[in-house]
Design a protein around this ligand. Structure first.
Ligand code: NAD
Ligand code: TYD
Length: 353
């Protein structure tokens, strides 16, 4: 069968990647979607059970740092578009093991760029290397202001530094080799299939388990939250209408102090679980702050809004409610990902909680 597009999605078994894979596989039956993922602790093929047998979907287990494997995928499936999401993504893990972030996020991205350049050398027409990045590359804001596409990079954690380095590599391939690239920098995502090491799914899981809710410092840090399916739709629009060589900021216009967010989560979960009011609030536990904890992230998403017509589709309360419903309906998924290695991670990271 001849496909209209042959798209390589890296990291498609992870949180955001699985939503992007599902959207593309179901919305575009004429595209072939090749998901390359090394299935680290964060990758989970259970996320894609509903589409794994679709005829336009292929899974390849490979590390993005593996030159031969990537070269093979590019040739075998005549890849013309890459949507690159594979990464080590958790700030706390980057503090304990920075080298893993350097390897996957920097070396892995370089390997993909080199192989894309090699495969597309003779004809770059219709090709796209789309790099999915984070707003954390811009550093930390004070109480006012927003990140725009021209904000200077100022990464402050090994995670954000490795993502910043990968963004710079991507732009260097655009300027040096004319590789057709686009980058997007998105704010914090939340939604179904989010691995419970991040604030929202960890807290949902702990409320279900009646375990303490660890809040770093005083809970004053601010994040701008976006529903993951809205991010997937933004990625779809950028793949089809984005301008080569450009960067797009994606955000939810939805800033929350961590403590206020957790209070809202407790209220919604108590209602859904039939608990007496304020039951889950009792679980809130302030713990030692994260080293180098960025105070505030907030995205100015006016460029993507005005040039490509994208805006978030759900309010935070709606998105959070859908997210909680998904976790309550998928306790088997939650049990699978919170057994084994997760317990070791949890114990070492939250030793006193
Ligand atoms: P995730 O940790 O849930 O998933 C990462 C996926 O990449 C996993 O499936 C994992 O198995 C795979 N992977 C990791 N190392 C690999 C390697 N060396 N080779 C092949 N596969 C590998 O991450 P996520 O939250 O879905 O984030 C996806 C992308 O979006 C990342 O690039 C991240 O920086 C970016 N991003 C995330 C957020 C967020 O809030 N989660 C916000 C903005 C941008
Ligand atoms: P997280 O979900 O790890 O995303 P990021 O660090 O990429 O923004 O954290 C979101 C916020 O929640 C951040 O300010 C750190 C804080 N946080 C806690 O207070 N407790 C926790 O257990 C975790 C994981 C995060």
């Amino acid at each position: 069968m001849i496909f209209e597009k042959n798209i390589l999605i890296t990291g498609g078994a992870g949180f955001i990647g699985s939503h992007v894979v599902r959207l593309f596989v179901t919305k575009y039956p004429s595209y072939r979607i090749v998901n390359v993922d090394d299935l680290t602790y964060a990758g989970n093929l259970e996320n894609l059970k509903d589409i794994e047998n679709n005829t336009n979907y292929i899974f390849v287990k490979a590390n993005i740092c593996d030159t031969q494997a990537i070269e093979h995928v590019m040739a075998e499936y005549q890849i013309d578009t890459i949507i690159h999401l594979a990464a080590e993504s958790h700030v706390d893990r980057s503090i304990t093991d920075p080298l893993a972030f350097v390897n996957t996020n920097i070396v892995g991205t370089a390997n993909l760029l080199i192989n894309a350049k090699k495969a597309w050398l003779n004809d770059m027409t219709g090709k796209l290397f789309y790099h999915v990045s984070t707003d954390e590359v811009y550093g930390s804001l004070g109480e006012t202001g927003f990140f725009t596409e021209t904000t200077a990079y100022d990464p402050r954690s090994p995670y954000s530094a490795s993502k910043a380095a990968s963004d710079h590599l991507v732009m260097s391939f655009f300027h040096t080799y004319h590789l057709p690239v686009i980058i997007s920098n998105c704010s914090n995502n939340y939604g179904p299939n989010h691995f419970p090491e991040k604030l929202i799914p960890l807290s949902i899981n702990n409320i279900i388990q009646k375990k303490p809710l660890p809040i770093y410092g005083k809970g004053e840090n601010v994040r701008d939250w976006l529903y993951v399916i809205d991010h997937a739709h933004a990625i779809d629009i950028i793949v089809h209408q984005g301008k080569i060589g450009e960067t797009y900021n994606i955000g939810g216009h939805n800033e929350w102090k961590n403590i206020d967010l957790i209070r809202l989560l407790c209220k919604l979960m108590d209602e859904k679980l039939g608990n007496a009011p304020d039951t889950s609030l009792q679980l809130i536990t302030f713990v030692k702050d994260r080293a180098g904890h960025d105070l505030r992230y907030a995205i100015d998403a006016s460029k993507i809004q005005h040039s490509l017509g994208w805006t978030p589709s759900v309010t935070f309360e709606e998105g959070l409610s859908k997210t909680i419903d998904w976790y309550l309906a998928n306790t088997t998924w939650l049990q699978h990902v919170t057994s084994g290695d997760y317990l070791t991670y949890y114990k070492s990271h939250y030793e006193n909680v």
